[in-house]
Write a protein that binds this ligand. Sequence first.
Ligand code: FES
Ligand SMILES: [Fe+2]
Length: 383
Amino acid sequence: MPAQILPKEAYYSAEWFQREQETLFANTWQLVAFDSDFGQAGDYVTARIGVQPIAVVQDVDGNLNAFKNICRHRGTELLEGKGNAGKTLVCPYHRWTFGLDGRLRGVPDRSECFPDLDRKSLNLHNAAIGRWKGMVFANPNPNARFDEWISPLDAAPFPHDITSEKLERSEEFVYRIKCNWKVFFENAIDGYHLAYLHENTLGGPKTGLNVWDQHGEHMVWYSTERDGIKNRIPVFVEKQAKGGGMPTFKGAKDPGYGGVYMMFPTTLIVPSPWSLTVSTIEPIDGDTMIMRSRTWSPKSWWSYKEPLKGTPGYDPESGLIESKNWTQPALETGDFQTEDVWVCEKMQRSLRAPDYSVAALAEGVGGEVMLAEFQKMVRDACT
Ligand code: FES
Ligand SMILES: [Fe+2]
C-alpha cells in the first residue's frame, strides 16, 4: 500500500517552507514567461521562484537571458512587472546600470564613492533558462540543465501550439489559496477524488479508470474509461461539452495527448480539445499559495474573452480569486477548480490538529499512488 512519506509539519511549518526554498526551489525549473511576452530588445518579464526574484530579459541579439532580479549594489528589486526596459536596466534606488546581458555598466559618482569597486565582479547573478513549446522556464541554479529536466516529456504527445496566431490568450487568473502548495499539488494528482468531489463537474472517472504516466519528474494523466484506451478527457465532460458550440483546436497533432501535465514542482498544464490552460503554483508561506492561470483557445470564441468576472471568488478591486469572496457553496458553483480550492483549504485547516493523520493512500496510479511518488521527489530534493 502506498504510504504517506512527508511528515505533517511539511504542510505548514515555517521551517519546512524555508528548507524547501533553500533546496528544492533553489534548484528546480519554473515556468516564468511565454514566447509571446518578448519581441524586442529590452522586453522583460519578472517572476518569483519561491522567494527568489527572477527577471527574463531579451538582449540586443534577440536572446533571452535569466537573472536574479536583485541589484548588485544593495539588493533592490531591479525590474517590476513586465514591459520594456529600453537599452539598459537601471536600478531606481541609486541608478546603478546594467546591460541587457546583465553586466554592470554604470555606477553614479563612482570615482568619488567607490574608488576601489571591482565592477567586473558585480554583474547580475545569472539564472538558467529553458524554452519549450512557447513557454519560458527558469531555474535559480545557473548551472541547471534544462534538457535533462524536460527531455523525459518528449515521450508524451503534446497537443497544442500556443504560439499559433489562430489562438488567443485569456487574461491572467490569479488565485490566492489558503493551503500549502503541496496540498494543492497532491490534490491535482489524486485520481481517487475525481468521481466523488467532482461528481457533478468532472464526473469521474473512478480510480481504476484513470492513470498517471510518469516521465522523469513529470506526470501525465489520462482517462481510460473508453475500453482502456488513454483519452484526454473524462467521458462525462465530453458528453456535456458536445453541443456546447465550442470550437476545437484544429492544429492538435496527436490525439494521444494527456488531460493534465504536472511538471514537477509547480507547472500544471491542462489541455482539452477546446482549450489549453497553463498554471503556475507559487508558494507564499507554509499555509498560502498563489496560482496563476492563462487559457488559450481558438480565436473569437466569446466565453474565453471575459470569463474572469464570472469566476467564483473574483474580486475586481484586488484582482484576486479568493474563497472569502464566494457567494455560494463551492459544490453549487459547477466549477471544478472551486471544488478543488474548497477541499484543499478544508484540509489545510485540519493539519495542525494533534489528531490529524493520514490513514492510508489509495492503491493504484489512478488512486493515490502518485502522491507518494510526488512526496519522494520533495523529500529527496529537501534532504
Ligand atoms: S540598490 Fe540598486 S543602485 Fe543602490
Ligand atoms: Fe480535483
